[in-house]
Design a binder for this molecule. Structure first.
Ligand SMILES: C[S@@+](CC[C@H](N)C(=O)[O-])C[C@H]1O[C@@H](n2cnc3c(N)ncnc32)[C@H](O)[C@@H]1O
Length: 379
C-alpha cells in the first residue's frame, strides 16, 4: 500500500519539458527515473511523493499508480475498480473526482470511463462501509486518475489535487501570463541556475521573476500552497511533511543574485509587485518602469547577466509586431554586449525581425500554440 518504499509514480509535465523534469526528479532523489511522453516515471516512498509536490518546478501533478491491468470492456473496468481496496487509501467522508484519459478503440468516451470508475469505487465503499464518498467536480479532496491505452488500464491516485502550477502566489493576473510550470521549465532549459543576474525587460505579471527567484535561492516553488490531495489520504503524516519542508528550506542558498524586472506599463508592474509580495520575495527582485525599445536603465544593471523575455506575440497585444521585435533586437545589440538573451515567443514573424543571429532555437508550445525559445549570444 502507500507505505511501500517503491511506489510507482508518474509525474506529468508539459510537452517539451520532459528532460527538465527528468533531471529534477533525479536530483530530488527519485529512483528508476525515466522520461516518457508528457511525463517522467519514477519510484519513491510516500515522503518522496510529498517532496515531489513541494519541490518539483516543472511538474503538473504527481500520480501514484495503484493498479495496472488489461481490461476488455466497460463491465470488466467496473469490476476492476470494485476490487481495488479504496477504503485503505481514503475515507468515505472524503469528496472525490475521477479524471479519465482514453486512447483506445474499445473505450472511446472518457466521461463514460470516469463514470464506470466512480460507480465501482462507490459500490466498493457501500459494500465495505455502508456509505460512499460524494463526488465534487469543482474542489474534490481526492482525485483518481484512469488512463486507458487500447486495453491497458492504469489506475492512479493523484497526490497533487489542483495542478501544481497553482503555487498560491499569483494574486494578480494580466493578459497572457505564462504558466508557472512553463516559466520554471524555460528557465531551466536556458541553463540558468542563479549564477548570473537575471533580467526580464517585459515582465508582465512577473512569472519569470518569481520562478527565477525561487530557483536561484533553491526554494521549493510550492511552499505557499496549502492544498495537496495527499493530505486527504489515510495515514497522511503531517510530521513527516514538516520534516520534509524543513529539509528543503535548509538548502536555501546564502547569496542568490538579484533579479531585475521592467515593463512599460504601470499596471503590469503593479501586478508583478503584488505577486512578488505574495511569494515573499520582495528583497530579491528590483522593479522599474521602462520601455525596452528606448531603454534608459542600462547603467543600473550589472555588466554581465542573462535576459529572459516573453514579448507580446500577437496582434491583440501589439499592433506592429515586426517593428517591436526589430527594436528589441536593436536594444539588445546596442546595450547588452556580453549578455545572453532568451526570447520566448509565439511569433515566428517577430523572430524573423530581431536581426540577430540565433545560436539556438527550441520548439516549445505554449498552451497548444506554437512557440519557440530562441537564444542570442551578444558578443
Ligand atoms: C506576453 S506579456 C509577458 C507575460 C509575462 N511573461 C508573464 O508571465 O506575466 C508581454 C509584456 O510586455 C510588455 N511590453 C510590451 N511592449 C513593451 C516594451 N516596449 N517595453 C517593455 N515592456 C513591454 C507588456 O506590457 C506585457 O506586460
Amino acid at each position: 500500500m502507500l507505505d511501500a518504499p517503491d511506489l510507482p509514480l508518474f509525474i506529468k509535465t508539459l510537452p517539451g519539458l520532459e528532460p527538465v523534469l527528468e533531471r529534477e526528479v533525479k536530483f530530488l532523489g527519485g529512483r528508476d527515473v525515466k522520461a516518457v511522453k508528457r511525463g517522467v516515471k519514477a519510484t519513491g516512498d510516500i515522503g518522496f511523493v510529498y517532496k515531489a509536490n513541494l519541490a518539483l518546478r516543472s511538474a503538473l501533478r504527481v500520480l501514484v499508480q495503484v493498479k495496472e491491468i488489461p481490461v476488455q470492456n466497460a463491465d470488466a473496468l467496473y469490476k476492476v475498480m470494485r476490487r481495488i481496496p479504496w477504503e485503505r487509501y481514503f475515507d468515505s467522508q472524503a469528496t472525490m473526482m475521477v479524471d479519465a484519459t482514453v486512447y483506445s478503440k474499445v473505450f472511446t468516451n472518457s466521461l463514460y470511463v470516469a463514470q464506470k470508475t466512480k460507480d465501482g469505487i462507490a459500490d466498493r465503499f457501500r459494500e465495505k462501509q455502508g456509505q460512499r464518498p460524494n463526488v465534487d467536480l469543482q474542489n474534490p479532496q481526492v482525485r483518481i486518475n484512469v488512463h486507458i491505452s487500447q486495453k491497458h488500464c492504469t489506475v492512479s491516485l493523484d497526490s497533487s489535487g489542483p495542478s501544481l502550477h497553482k503555487r498560491n502566489y499569483r494574486s494578480a493576473r494580466i493578459q497572457a501570463p505564462l504558466s508557472e510550470v512553463l516559466a520554471a521549465g524555460i528557465l531551466q532549459l536556458t541553463g540558468w541556475e542563479g549564477h548570473l543576474p537575471l533580467i526580464d525587460p517585459m515582465c508582465g505579471s512577473g512569472t519569470f521573476l518569481v520562478e527565477g527567484a525561487f530557483l536561484a535561492a533553491g526554494l521549493p516553488p510550492n511552499l505557499l500552497r496549502k492544498e495537496f490531495a495527499f493530505r486527504h489520504w489515510k495515514g497522511f503524516a503531517e510530521e513527516l511533511l514538516h520534516t520534509i519542508i524543513e529539509g528543503l528550506l535548509s538548502r536555501e542558498s546564502e547569496n542568490p543574485p538579484t533579479l531585475f524586472g521592467f515593463d512599460k506599463t504601470t499596471a503590469a508592474l503593479y501586478k508583478t509587485r503584488q505577486n512578488i509580495r505574495s511569494a515573499l520575495l520582495e528583497d530579491r527582485i528590483e522593479l522599474a518602469k521602462a520601455d525596452f525599445t528606448k531603454f534608459n536603465k542600462r547603467e543600473e544593471l550589472p555588466e554581465k547577466g542573462m535576459i529572459i523575455m516573453n514579448p507580446p506575440y500577437d496582434l491583440k497585444m501589439e499592433a506592429d509586431i515586426p517593428r517591436l521585435y526589430r527594436q528589441i533586437g536593436d536594444t539588445l545589440k546596442q546595450q547588452f554586449t556580453g549578455y545572453t538573451a532568451f526570447l520566448y515567443t509565439g511569433s515566428a514573424e517577430g523572430i524573423k525581425n530581431v536581426g540577430l543571429k540565433a545560436s539556438q532555437k527550441t520548439y516549445l508550445p505554449n498552451a497548444q500554440r506554437d512557440a519557440w525559445l530562441v537564444r542570442y549570444d551578444l558578443y
